[in-house]
Design a protein around this ligand. Structure first.
Ligand code: NAD
Length: 344
């Protein structure tokens, strides 16, 4: 009873462990009968190797055409070199919302974590408009970075978060800021969130927390959080932190959402330390694929994949090295496929 592929989507293998976790994810989606017709395109170092461009025009055209993409991680050179292709993709398609859920699937150091972080994806310090000021004979004596948050952009992401809460039965949003120090940059974000929260009164509650206090509370008392609404840089940092609460970067998916396009990815990067060894944990990207299935209104398929992942980790106890198991990416993936077939 396989469904015929009829939802075209761009597939970007990416760099480092990207091709390994993308292959694993495509395999489980195939076993599930997910109706995606993949248009494979390159980006990142793989784009440079293929055509000298970390974000080739064909890749952009494909994403624009389909409005839907599943993406492996892309390597960004530290310091010099080209600008992050991830940031460029977010700007190009105005992917203003980054949704990063952290859900306990395999209980570890913490149990019963269920947090959805919504990160503003286009503004703040993360945009990295940076320059140096020369003094004397030192051309780089002073480094400057500017951040920008607009009222309109802050309201747009707040509205996205509150709508998400209503749609997904979430009750409270904690707005994370540093408005005691960055009074303008993060103050406007908090102000906008308060204005939007008033429209949702009686449906979703809102509180706010300074980012440093929030970081501590997330370790001391993570179960009390429902949703987090963060500026770009704080969301970048805290999403790795909440990934740590549920087993690490191998367990953390993300979705970049705009009004016309959505790109699904793992929170983690290209993991050069383990690339090519066949040991990467593909769960993050598989959970991103679940978010993609939800996005195209196939929640039953998404749930079947989540159940198969959970059964493989908890009942079959097949796990990759990051979760203290010994399975290779391929062995783990095959175990999930067996669970999917058994659930038919
Ligand atoms: P990273 O997330 O690639 O790796 C951090 C650590 O986590 C490493 O020890 C790695 O082995 C481990 N890890 C990550 N994913 C794993 C998985 N699926 N299974 C098992 N272990 C995993 O972070 P990094 O080393 O700081 O960055 C490497 C490169 O990735 C950089 O070029 C960075 O810019 C890029 N990056 C890309 C994205 C993206 O494409 N969205 C996100 C973050 C970083």
């Amino acid at each position: 009873d396989k469904v015929q592929p009829h939802i075209p989507a761009t597939l970007i293998p990416g760099d480092g462990i990207g091709p390994e976790v993308v292959e694993a994810t495509v395999k489980v989606l195939g076993a599930l009968g997910a109706p995606f017709a993949w248009d494979i395109q390159q980006a990142g170092m793989a784009g440079v190797a293929q055509s000298g461009d970390p974000l080739p025009p064909e890749t952009l055209a494909s994403i624009r055409k389909h409005g839907l993409a599943l993406k492996g991680p892309l390597t960004t050179p530290v310091g010099g070199g080209f600008r992050s292709s991830n940031v460029r993709l977010r700007e190009e398609f105005q992917l203003y919302a980054n949704v990063r859920p952290a859900l306990t699937i395999l209980p570890g150091r913490f149990e019963d974590i269920d947090i959805v972080l919504v990160r503003e994806n286009l503004g703040g310090f993360y945009v990295a408009h940076e320059y140096y000021i020369p003094i004397g004979d030192d051309p780089r004596a002073v480094a400057v970075s500017t951040g920008t948050n607009t009222r309109e952009g802050s309201k747009r992401i707040a509205r996205f978060a509150f709508d998400y809460a209503v749609r997904n039965g979430r009750k409270n949003i904690t707005v994370v800021h540093k408005a005691n120090i960055l009074k303008a940059l993060t103050g406007i974000f908090l102000e906008a969130a308060r204005e939007v929260a008033a429209e949702y009164e009686g449906r979703v509650t809102m509180n706010d927390m300074i980012v440093d206090a929030c970081a501590m509370q997330l370790v001391l008392n993570p179960q009390k959080f429902d949703m987090l609404l963060c500026t770009n840089l704080f969301g970048d940092i805290l999403s790795d932190q909440i990934a740590g609460l549920v087993g690490g970067l191998g367990m953390a998916p993300g979705a970049n959402i705009g009004s016309e396009c959505a790109i699904f990815e793992a929170v983690h990067g290209s993991a050069p330390d383990i690339a090519g060894k066949g040991v990467a944990n593909p769960v993050s990207l598989m959970l991103a694929a679940c978010m993609m299935l939800d996005h195209v209104d196939l929640p039953d398929l998404a749930q079947r994949l989540r159940d198969a992942i959970s059964a493989t980790l908890n009942i079959d106890q097949v796990r990759t090295g990051d979760l203290k198991g010994s399975a290779t990416t391929e062995q783990f993936t095959d175990a999930i496929v067996r669970r999917i077939i058994a659930s038919r």
